[in-house]
Design a binder for this molecule. Structure first.
Ligand SMILES: [Zn+2]
Length: 189
């Protein structure tokens, strides 16, 4: 019986070697193609000492360390204010392309929200980190990170639909009037 099967393979060995070396088709499928059994193809492959190429594995979010890190980060409060640079660093994604590839998959599946990974400024990230945790005037925060006008950055983000909560710093009456008079002074200039 084996002889008969081998008989059919005769003259096609070179093609089979090529298929074994260059495709990831299973022994069963190759057997069907060449009219021999799966075992016959397997035995042939072993005897020829052929190293088969690895099947490319599909991307599995559950098993992807990069995706899992991003999902974890996207659960943090104020996640949309984590800069893309920081996210990339945390995930260990070497290239920007790789980072974006995984991020897009997660966005498409709705596993991270639309704004996650869209903040690109490291300075804005720094400023917001202070803004969310410290009771400081916006001007002071701006000065700390090197923004001339952090207030206008906040305003722009709000206009774009970012969820920027009110400042922790409570402006008392005196502070308010100081700001008012400064605005007036600027207008006069
Ligand atoms: Zn991934």
């Amino acid at each position: 019986m084996m002889a008969a099967r081998w008989g059919r393979l005769q003259g096609k060995e070179d093609d089979l070697v090529t298929d074994l070396k260059e495709t990831t088709l299973s022994f069963k499928k190759l057997g069907r193609r060449y009219g021999v059994s799966r075992q016959a193809v397997y035995g042939f492959s072993k005897r020829q000492g052929i190293k088969r190429p690895l099947k490319p594995r599909g991307h599995q979010i559950e098993e992807c360390r990069l995706c899992q890190t991003m999902i974890q980060l996207s659960k943090k409060p104020h996640r949309e204010f984590i800069s893309s640079k920081t996210i990339r660093k945390r995930t260990g994604a070497k290239s920007k392309g790789k980072y974006l590839y995984h991020l897009r998959i997660l966005r498409d599946r709705g596993l991270v929200d639309e704004k996650f990974g869209r903040l690109h400024s490291k300075r804005a990230e720094k400023a917001y980190a202070i803004y969310f945790t410290k009771r400081l005037p916006i001007r002071t925060i701006g000065r700390k990170v090197g923004y001339k006008n952090f207030q206008s950055v906040i305003r722009k983000h709000r206009e774009l639909g970012w969820n920027v909560p009110p400042s922790l710093y409570v402006y008392d009456g005196r502070e308010k009037s100081r700001i008012q008079s400064e605005i007036q002074r600027r207008k006069r200039r």
